[in-house]
Design a protein around this ligand. Structure first.
Ligand SMILES: *[C@@H]1O[C@H](CO)[C@@H](O)[C@H](O)[C@H]1NC(C)=O
Ligand SMILES: *[C@@H]1O[C@H](CO)[C@@H](O)[C@H](O)[C@H]1NC(C)=O
Ligand SMILES: *[C@@H]1O[C@H](CO)[C@@H](O)[C@H](O)[C@H]1NC(C)=O
Ligand SMILES: *[C@@H]1O[C@H](CO)[C@@H](O)[C@H](O)[C@H]1NC(C)=O
Length: 336
């Protein structure tokens, strides 16, 4: 799938059969069987102008062109919106740029975000598909979207936010993509303290692509909620259940970094029915950091997570997985 020009999001149905042969500072092979492979190609819907796939072009902005022109006057506003926190662009905030995108948008809109830390809580609503967030090429740590809500915080009506609404960035729309951006939640979880779930990025739209993106938090960092998503060369950091949700996602060539002090867990997949075609698939990833963490906790009765050709630092709990205190969830756990 890697560098193919067009990506169609038919991720593999993964078999839950995996065998962890060895832990420790070595390449760990997990045997994975794929029922069906990746489909690479492209197709169009009936409306010629609506693209039902994401291409590499969608995360590219001609930076040279933008620098040469006065973005307020010359460039094609319908395609690129420039955000600069210091002004002299289309918007000083990212939410301001999203607000400029028409509802029921059918064309790709690239939001080009100049370097800086944007302290704002951002939502891409369901009604605004085909949005790209593009940072400066090769500098994913220079453009940061940062907020610090946690589950136990209250909204203006005094109601607890809960985990889902704690997200710094929420993406509900389809065909979203992002590159060279850091999504951050600044809350630092204290072990044992309730209500510390603090999501950096929540994605519930279908068919999303993240390329060279950082997602930084501690507990519940990345809510990979629903839909088919592709994370390529991303860096995800957290301590407890820091990749969770019920998506069908491929994490390829990613760094998965644990900041757990003692115990923790990477994946908390939430598949609740044997008919769900969801699962987290980690391929060619590097798992490093601190603590003694589980590869996964079974949040749902039929949770699925696969690690294939991954490098593991010596931080994995030898048990590998945990059943969330429900032994019935061990039934389908075929790893040994
Ligand atoms: C603006 O976007 C339209 C639609 O894609 C395209 O046809 C046109 O060439 C663009 N104009 C410029 C100046 O880039
Ligand atoms: C967008 O689509 C929805 C659902 O079809 C419709 O209810 C809404 O009025 C549309 N909004 C605009 C601004 O066209
Ligand atoms: C994990 O690996 C990444 C990529 O090589 C590196 O940037 C990061 O510093 C490493 N983390 C730790 C704790 O070693
Ligand atoms: C999960 O399994 C438990 C125990 O078998 C059962 O009580 C529960 O209803 C199941 N949950 C769902 C969502 O199916």
């Amino acid at each position: 799938m890697g560098l193919s020009r067009f990506l169609v999001f038919r991720l593999p149905k993964v078999l839950t059969e995996s065998r962890v042969m060895d832990y420790g500072r070595s390449l760990v092979m997990v045997v994975v069987a794929f029922l069906c492979g990746f489909r690479v190609g492209f197709s169009m819907t009936n409306e010629a102008h609506v693209k039902n796939f994401i291409s590499w072009d969608d995360i590219k902005v001609d930076e040279h062109q933008i620098k040469l022109s006065d973005s307020r006057v010359n460039h094609n506003r319908s395609r690129v919106i420039v955000v600069n926190k210091n002004g002299e662009a289309d918007s000083v905030t990212i939410q301001g740029a999203i607000d400029m995108v028409p509802e029921n948008n059918t064309r790709r809109v690239k939001i080009y975000i100049l370097p800086g830390t944007y302290r704002e809580k951002v939502t891409v609503p369901k009604s605004k598909p085909y949005i790209s967030f593009v940072g400066n090429s090769g500098q994913m740590s220079n453009t940061i979207i940062s907020w610090g809500d946690k589950a136990s915080d209250k909204d203006s009506n005094g109601v607890f936010l809960g985990t889902y609404k704690s997200a710094s960035v929420t993406v509900e729309s389809d065909y979203f993509c992002a590159t060279d951006i850091t999504f951050e939640n600044t809350v630092i979880q204290t072990p044992g303290e309730p209500g510390m779930q603090a999501v950096a990025l929540r994605i519930s739209g279908d068919k999303a692509m993240f390329y060279k993106v950082k997602v930084i938090g501690t507990q519940d960092t990345l809510l990979d909620e629903s839909g088919s998503h592709y994370f390529y060369q991303c860096h995800i950091r957290g301590s407890v259940d820091f990749i969770f949700g019920n998506s069908r996602s491929l994490y390829q060539d990613c760094v998965i970094e644990s900041t757990a002090v003692r115990t923790g867990a990477i994946a908390a997949h939430h598949r609740d029915s044997p008919n769900d075609d969801t699962g987290f698939s980690f391929v060619n990833c590097k798992i490093n950091g601190t603590g003694r963490i589980y590869l996964g906790r079974a949040w749902g009765n039929y949770s699925r997570a696969i690690y294939s050709n991954c490098y593991f630092d010596n931080i994995i709990n030898p048990a590998g997985w945990t059943d969330w205190n429900d032994p019935s969830r061990d039934k389908y756990n075929l790893h040994s």
